[in-house]
Structure formats: structure tokens, C-alpha cells
Ligand binder design. Structure first.
Ligand SMILES: CC(C)(COP(=O)(O)OP(=O)(O)OC[C@H]1O[C@@H](n2cnc3c(N)ncnc32)[C@H](O)[C@@H]1OP(=O)(O)O)[C@@H](O)C(=O)NCCC(=O)NCCS
Length: 186
């Protein structure tokens, strides 16, 4: 499918809550995570602020439909992915991968040390996908205080901590180090 990934504009914000709700429908088939499909999502004002101050990209089909978005914030010289969502109709067409690549390339261009995120260990479109993109799952001893706080906050908000993990994409790896480079979108 033909689509572009571009920086989000202020006028995109209104569409993002519906995309996130639609994306979360993927969790409805998992009995212990089904509640996520009905959970509250950040509103348009939240996205407007993020578009003004942080890094937000959208995937847009050539006929103008917004397919998905990724929202990230720079903290401690790393880009933290806060949300990656592709609406149900557009899933599985490469938008999620291309959005994540946009964030990785931005962080690389800004000479940041890496990217971080938290996600589900055992959901096929989460940890395994990010590993294929070059993220590594962090063990308990590797967690920064910031990532520990993110995971603790998720626990406080009802997410099952045994199924959550933090991951990091290292942008400071020596070129000779073996590393699964993220596959490029054809
Ligand atoms: C994660 C998400 C953004 C991926 O978006 P997408 O546009 O469907 O992703 P792509 O088409 O680019 O596919 C990305 C990879 O995920 C895999 N994938 C996508 N949907 C999948 C599914 N339902 N089951 C298993 N794997 C899936 C694809 O096989 C692909 O793998 P590969 O390219 O490494 O071979 C989308 O599934 C989503 O919005 N999920 C709900 C919200 C969520 O979990 N966000 C991430 C929070 S950390």
C-alpha cells in the first residue's frame, strides 16, 4: 500500500485518539488485556501539545487518510517512544514499521544515544517486532531509574508487570559490533 510518513501537524491531533482506540482493538481477544480496548486514551489537546513540543509522526495514505502515529519524547539524551498506534483497518501494511524507522532515523540524526520504550513481552506485535527492528530487551539490572519509574507507573495503572518489559535501541554501538540492523521497508 502506498503511504507516506511525515511529521504530524497541529491539524492532525483531532484524528489521533480514534486511531489509538482502533489500534487497541487488537487486545480484545486476550482476556486479561481486553480492558485495554476500552481504556481511555489521551485526547486531542494532549496530542496538540505533543505535536508542539515533542516528536510525532503520522502515516498517511495517498488518498489522505491518517493510518497511524508514533509519539516520542526526548529525555536524558534518548528518544522514548510513548505511543505507536496504527488503526485496525490499516494494520499489517508496513505503517508501524515505517513510523518506528522515522523515530529511529530522527534520533540518529540528532546524535542521541538511543531509543527506549516499554511494551508487552508476549504479544506478537510488541516485543518480538521491536527486537526485529533492533531493540534489545533490558534485564532488571539494565533498567535506568527513568525506565523503572515508567514500568512502576504502568503497574499502578493496572498493566500486568510480569508481561511488561523495557527495550532499548542503541545508537552508540561501534560499527563492528554484531547487531541486528532494522530491516528497511522496501
Ligand atoms: C504495533 C502496531 C503499531 C504495528 O503496526 P502495523 O502497521 O500493523 O505494523 P506493520 O504492518 O509495519 O508490521 C510490523 C510487524 O508487526 C507484525 N505484526 C503486525 N500485526 C501483527 C499481528 N496482528 N500479529 C502478529 N504480528 C503482527 C508484522 O508481521 C510485522 O513484522 P515484520 O515487519 O518484522 O515482519 C499495531 O499492531 C498496533 O497499533 N497495535 C496496537 C497498539 C500497540 O500494541 N502499540 C505498540 C505499543 S508498545
Amino acid at each position: 500500500m502506498n503511504f507516506i510518513v511525515r511529521r504530524a501537524q497541529f491539524s492532525d491531533a483531532a484524528a489521533l485518539p480514534a486511531i489509538e482506540r482502533s489500534a487497541a482493538e487488537l487486545f480484545r481477544d486476550d482476556p486479561s488485556l481486553a480492558w485495554l480496548a476500552d481504556a481511555q486514551v489521551p485526547d486531542a489537546e494532549h496530542h496538540q501539545r505533543a505535536i508542539e513540543t515533542d516528536d510525532v509522526w503520522v502515516a498517511q495514505s495517498l488518498d489522505g487518510a491518517l493510518m497511524g502515529f508514533v509519539s516520542a519524547i526526548e529525555i536524558d539524551n534518548e528518544l522514548h517512544i510513548q505511543e505507536l498506534s496504527v488503526s485496525q483497518y490499516f494494520q499489517g501494511r508496513g505503517a508501524g514499521r515505517k513510523l518506528l524507522l522515522a523515530a529511529i532515523e530522527c534520533a540518529r540524526g540528532q546524535k542521541l544515544q538511543g531509543l527506549t520504550l516499554t511494551t508487552f513481552r508476549d504479544v506478537p506485535w510488541n516485543e518480538a517486532f521491536y527486537q526485529r527492528m533492533g531493540f534489545e530487551t533490558l534485564g532488571a539490572a539494565q533498567l535506568s531509574p527513568r525506565l523503572k519509574a515508567v514500568l512502576n507507573n504502568e503497574l499502578a495503572n493496572g498493566l500486568p508487570s510480569e508481561r511488561r518489559c523495557a527495550m532499548r535501541f542503541n545508537l552508540r554501538r561501534a560499527p563492528s559490533d554484531p547487531h541486528p540492523a532494522p530491516a528497511q521497508t522496501p
